[in-house]
Design a protein around this ligand. Sequence first.
Ligand code: GDP
Length: 304
Amino acid sequence: ESLDQGLEKTKEGFFSKITKAIAGKSTVDDEVLDNLEDALITADVGVDTTLEIVKRVEQRVAKDKYVGTSELNKLLQSEIEGILVDHADTSYKNFGIPEGKKPYVILVVGVNGVGKTTTIGKLAHNFKKAGKSVILGAADTFRAAAVDQLVIWSERVGVPIVKQAMGSDPASVAFDTVQSAVAQGADVVIIDTAGRLHNKAYLMDELSKIKRVIQKVIPDAPHDVMLVLDGSTGQNALEQAKQFTAATDVKSLAITKLDGTAKGGVVLAIASQFKIPVKYIGVGEKIDDLIIFDKHEFVDSLFK
Ligand code: GDP
């Protein structure tokens, strides 16, 4: 699906609320700002991020008191874009890998059911399409289904997978995976982990142990720790982001299931609140339903 199709439901909610908030107004008075605040909050942008956006709009219009509706629209778009951070390294935009980072190791975290396995499959497919050799690591050794699903994706995409018996040490799987990636001269390693949030200390220990053993093979890895969040869960996704960023050093985000939800505004809340760049968004279950996130395109699409 395309970005515009994928965001259709979010757009309807978002755009119509914004339009209503500023319809027919030629000055940005307190009423417009209040309406804007209500509109953003009900579009799942979250309270903190909404207040930040409204403050920025207020500051901008303080300078030039009069703005027409379409100017206000543009101003709002640029302020929303302004709160989103960019990734310092842009190689992910064409599924490349940064200089000197071969194999490029991506550790994927997130709770069960958010679309972690699907996202890993889509990523592997895209890297392969871009001419990269990929190895998957099934380090979620607690659920048989997690390993089975990842095996299915590895077959579908045609990339090797490293796995061990159920219940084995996730760190040992991660170690095996990076070791065989180095031995085979692979370009990209994507490691799936179990996201058991109910025990935070355990999660922290497990992730840091995985990182430590990876670093025995590749000192500056993992190069990316990608948190996968289900965008259709709105504020729950925000809460998960809070917990995972407290447990480990999350470096990027993939936000899934934006198709079929009106809660896509949560992308703005998460990305701005945690100052973590979004790399990818999921807009469907199929292998090609992964979109490289571009903040300008994303915001532009919300306002279309
Ligand atoms: P995991 O438990 O986090 O590994 O989740 P899975 O990858 O198994 O995905 C859980 C369910 O969500 C599956 O039915 C997927 O097909 C579905 N799913 C994953 N990503 C997306 C997406 O972007 N859009 C939609 N509509 N469904 C998705």
